[in-house]
Design a protein around this ligand. Sequence first.
Ligand code: GLU
Length: 298
Amino acid sequence: MTGLVTRFAPSPTGLLHLGHAYAAGCAFGAAKEAGGTCLLRIEDIDETRCRPEFEAAIAKDLRWLGFDWPEPVRRQSDHLAGYTRALDRLIEDGLVYRCFKTRREVADAIASAPHEAGEVYTGAPLPGAEERSLLDGGQPYAWRLSLKAARARLGANYDALGFTVEALEPPHEAQTVKARPKLFGDVVIARKDAGTSYHLASVHDDALQGVTHIIRGVDLAGSAHIHRLLQALLGYSPVIYRHHGLLTGPDGKRYAKRDRAVTLQALREAGHTPDDIGALISQHIAQGHILRHEDMHG
Ligand code: GLU
């Protein structure tokens, strides 16, 4: 594959809705515009919420909209060993630590931290003996990325990390954004229940699949700060980001999987054509039913 490579990476936790149709149009449209490729990737590491019937519905809806993609489609649940290997590298390099805290304990730690630490969690590895006894007791744990260790590892490069964000619309004006992983604190890299995380699986797959451009919603714009750091720590190439807005209902709230009336399946069954979907999306944009700045992290 040469030129622009992007991907549409839904999680099969429900039916796709009008907002997804717009998101898919942004990604597949960018590939078409550039003569590049848009991959489909199924992000199903959350085994409790993902279902095969939603995965099948995703392919059906996207084909109905007229998109196509190279096969085979990468399904993250088929590649858990790859994420474990990436995690092992971070473990060997001392860049992650075990966190045994419950959600409640993490929330309490954030609340009692000095104000300048922000609303994020920053921790440290437990002393050896304490950790040993928790492990012996079978306590579950997550792996968290240590920003302190990351900074020590990268030295001056840590502060020099940046990434390119391009405008969604042609001519895709580019700007460089300084990576500020501190906005997220010590994020979970491997969840207690999943052995990996969105951050690790996504960064790993984007590198492995040769993704050059990530085109996704403004709700995920902030993730680039942490993803850029992970790329640097794992020796992966940086990518270029574009962010699209999120379609909303008349109430100004972004569409969610529970909004049955705007699922592509419901719209199709009500007799709408793919062209109607395009028209509905344009109408939303023209009427301002789109959130363009959901990103809180700049
Ligand atoms: N799987 C994510 C979602 O459905 C998208 C992740 C991404 O594009 O990086 O929201």
